[in-house]
Design a protein around this ligand. Sequence first.
Ligand code: SF4
Ligand code: SF4
Length: 471
Amino acid sequence: MQANENFRDTIGTLDDEGKRKWVFPKKPSGTLYKYRKWVSYFLLVFLFAAPFIKVNGNQFLLFDVLERKFNIFGFPFWPQDFYLFVISMIIGVVFITLFTVAFGRIFCGWICPQTIFMEMVFRRIEYAIEGDRGKQIRLEKMPWNKEKITKRGLKWSIFFIISFLIANVFLAYFIGGDELLKFIAEGPFENVSTLISLLIFTGVFYFIFAWFREQVCIIACPYGRLQGVLLDNKSIVVAYDHKRGEAEHGRKLFRKGEDRKEKGYGDCIDCFQCVNVCPTGIDIRNGTQLECVNCTACIDECDSIMEKVDLPKGLIRFASEDEIVKKEKFKFTPRLKGYAAVLFILMGVLTGMLFLRNDVQANVLRLPGQLYDTTQNDLISNVYTYKIINKTSIDIDSVQFKLLSHTGSIALVGHQDLSIPAQGLSKGTLFIEINPSALEGEKERVKIGIYSNNELIETTTTTFLGPRSYN
Ligand code: SF4
Ligand code: SF4
């Protein structure tokens, strides 16, 4: 480890005066970068397509907060299904915790949309226009001449267009893909308020990807902050093998033909390429740090250096501290077992609840403050409000209510042929009439069946009030 421990008191992207140090990372290359590209292509296609994919007529992913409609993987969730949402969230948190304890922050470098957009879209446009690290630094130092104005102008214009595209897709997740396409077909001036929200979102994305960049991961993201409590010596992270890299007498610049082992020098040739390629501007040789998003660019870079100097690859690699120091292999620790057990139980609960969840949900509630009535035929009558939610993507026709627990009848107010629209609800008032001889107490639970085309689709219960003397 380095004797200079300053990196522990500051973050890599701030200078001594606390001002932002702009990071000009070297363009990554190598095997892991190639895999990362494929993962990111898949995720980008998924991110852009998900609001426009339909499963059984439902948008694949939808988070319509205003209309209170949520679809996850094509499953519609209503506010009444909020408990399922909460369990899904808890599962997500436990899964990420388990994953982080075992494999560190790999999610950040390989899956997080912030990194995917930053490193695989915006940064690559930057490389295409401004060139690699050296050229970018030169351009930055240049006065505002024709070259700089043209390159920066082009880059910022493309950044703006992509930010606008991302804002559109982002909006499709909230208002629905069909709604967005309708707005686009109608033109921006027909939907000025939507256009304003789009421009605000565009501004936010532009700010993040053109200026704020790695600061999101370093100072804004709460997940990054959790690393300190989640990681331990057994967690597999992007790590520098300090035992091998430093050996007895530390790092030393490479000299051809020199026997480094004999002289006690480590395998690190102090070329700084792992630092130059790092998108968060840190030196991984200082150990695991808050800023490291586990993007693995430094692994590729160091491997290519090791190849060039004919030393074994893997000086920087995925490894735990215990593997480096004690040569211990990955173990399924009691902590991991505990998290896995909780995850397993929660997933079982969620699966069970998903299977038990009905596509139709009915509520029948007695009108507050109303007592029972006696009809002309000496029947006891109670008045109720009902609400039926259709969670499916098809209309439900010819809906009827039938009393299942007692002999009696149910009459809807104002509806002869009730139907519930797809993804919609129907509500109104109904009367339940029961012959007093069928009642055993002054307050009874009655069971109601809801039928569509004479097929039972849901049952519900409610209370029925009768006179005290019928016992
Ligand atoms: S790239 Fe490898 S050899 Fe070069 S400084 Fe980093 S760890 Fe040392
Ligand atoms: S230290 Fe390596 S893995 Fe971590 S962010 Fe920098 S380049 Fe990526």
